[in-house]
Design a protein. Structure first.
Ligand code: HEC
Length: 135
């Protein structure tokens, strides 16, 4: 192989490797969604015509199993640093969700009222949900 060709081959291999590495890195970033995002997608959001779990809870219709799953997700979310906003405020909001869900699991009569107050979407999003990336 001529030295020039050898260099060219090396350069191409390098570019391909760099591109591969970049793809792997961004895939790893995407895979690490915040616990809040996971909890939202799993329990606060649902396909059209299906009630999200949080709605069932607010209507007092969630099963004990569902309540326990949500509770576990809120606990993971609470243990994580907020993706945005003040940590003390985040802890307080998550603690309210956890407390209300615990009340529901143990069958306290005011559980639904507590939950509805704690699951205030806008109240939490306005301080802790990052703005969507500009398009
Ligand atoms: C205690 C705080 C809190 C409450 C209450 C809350 N959210 Fe969220 N929500 C978040 C945070 C934080 C994010 C952003 C997560 C991220 O981008 O990593 C989020 C993001 C979302 C998303 C976007 C998920 C995605 O795919 O990026 C949806 C949908 C959502 N919330 C629905 C709801 C609904 C519906 C309610 C009310 C019933 C609600 N949330 C109540 C904190 C909360």
């Amino acid at each position: 192989m001529k030295p020039q060709i050898k260099l060219l081959v090396l350069a191409i291999t390098g570019t391909v490797l760099a591109a591969l590495l970049a793809t792997t890195a961004s895939a790893a970033n995407e895979a690490k969604a915040s616990a809040a995002k996971v909890a939202m997608q799993k329990f606060h959001k649902a396909p059209k015509d299906v009630d999200p779990t949080c709605k069932k809870i607010s209507e007092g219709k969630a099963s004990k199993e569902e309540l326990e799953q949500v509770l576990a997700a809120y606990r993971v979310m609470a243990a994580e640093k907020p993706v945005k906003g003040d940590e003390a405020s985040w802890k307080e909001k998550c603690a309210a969700l956890i407390k209300a869900t615990e009340s529901l699991v143990s069958g306290k009569p005011d559980g639904v009222t507590q939950y509805k107050a704690a699951v205030n979407c806008k109240g939490c999003h306005s301080v802790h949900k990052p703005a969507p990336p500009a398009k």
